[in-house]
Design a binder for this molecule. Structure first.
Ligand SMILES: Nc1nc2c(ncn2[C@@H]2O[C@H](COP(=O)(O)OP(=O)(O)OP(=O)(O)O)[C@@H](O)[C@H]2O)c(=O)[nH]1
Ligand SMILES: [Mg+2]
Length: 280
């Protein structure tokens, strides 16, 4: 009752601090944070009227969990496990019940690989970030798109451009990123001042205690080390790196898995919104 009263009168920060101090079960906090994050995400509309939606580009190594993250966001927002095959350079919208779609879209590209014959070319990523790549284009490893390509958009609008770049990396593979992949990731991130966020996926596979109980996600020393390590490698502040377990074999969404996904999504949207506010 007391908790409800305080939440109603808007003393959120104070109540969170008190709950943390008395070591209240994380699931109660998460449930509360989930609602806040969910409301933020659900009500998001870009303030810059030159864009209809925020464009989020995910990239990362093969099998890193990019498509699973998009499906996980879909599952959280639909309230049921969803799954779609995600391929090519196509934007994925998320349905907002009967009211159309949410105001953010995801695009998913193949990752940088040490072996240039497999991964996407850095120039293709730069073109995609600037909005030059048309929907449906199939990237060719080691052969960047040219201006002669039918899929090259010569004059992209702000709507076509990418507003947030998300690097998706499995938590257990941070130490395995090669120098050449890191170099390309850093090069992509400085492109046109686009904000960058990283998501460390597969936290359940990387850490047995988290596998036993997802509530341990922020207590795991190993995962904290991976965040710090990636922060140094990418030159990205550690508060821009999020730990996530994607939905896989679960039958229905639950608060413990939703919380890190929503928290990451909220920040991704906030960084993107900050960026589009100052862009013309
Ligand atoms: N245990 C676990 N498995 C995951 C997680 N995220 C993704 N996976 C699994 O990892 C595999 C690859 O995931 P995808 O989402 O297809 O990865 P991707 O980055 O889209 O892969 P490509 O499109 O091939 O580059 C799938 O079998 C997923 O079920 C996670 O957080 N935990
Ligand atoms: Mg994929």
């Amino acid at each position: 009752m007391l908790l409800f009263f305080w939440l109603c009168v808007g003393k959120q920060q104070i109540i969170i601090t008190i709950l943390l101090k008395i070591k209240i079960k994380p699931c109660i906090l998460w449930c509360y944070r989930n609602n806040e994050d969910l409301n933020f995400v659900k009500s998001y509309e870009p303030q810059n009227k030159n864009i209809t939606q925020l464009r989020i580009l995910l990239h990362g190594p093969f099998g890193a969990g990019k498509s699973s993250f998009i499906n996980s966001v879909d599952s959280v927002l639909q309230g049921r496990i969803t799954g779609r095959a995600l391929t090519d350079y196509i934007s994925y919208k998320i349905e907002r019940g009967n009211e159309g779609y949410y105001s953010f879209i995801f695009t998913d590209i193949m990752g940088f690989e040490q072996n240039a014959s497999r991964g996407i070319h850095i120039e293709d990523v730069k073109l995609a970030l600037r909005g030059h790549v048309a929907e449906g284009y199939k990237f060719v490893p080691n052969s960047p798109m040219t201006q002669d390509s039918g899929s090259y958009q010569a004059s992209p609008s702000l709507d076509d451009r990418v507003h947030v770049l998300v690097s998706v990396i499995p938590a257990g593979r941070v130490n395995l990123l090669s120098d050449s992949v890191v170099k390309k990731m850093r090069e992509a991130s400085v492109s046109k001042g686009i904000p960058q966020v990283a998501i460390l996926t597969k936290v359940d596979e990387a850490c047995p205690t988290v596998n036993n109980n997802i509530e341990n996600i922020y207590k795991s020393k190993y995962l904290k080390q991976q965040v710090d390590r990636l922060s140094v490698i990418l030159g990205l502040p550690s508060n821009c790196i999020y730990l996530v377990k994607n939905y896989g074999t679960e039958n229905s969404p639950n608060d413990d898995i939703n919380a890190p996904i929503l928290s990451a999504l909220r920040q991704i949207i906030s960084y993107g919104e900050d960026f589009v506010l100052i862009e013309k």
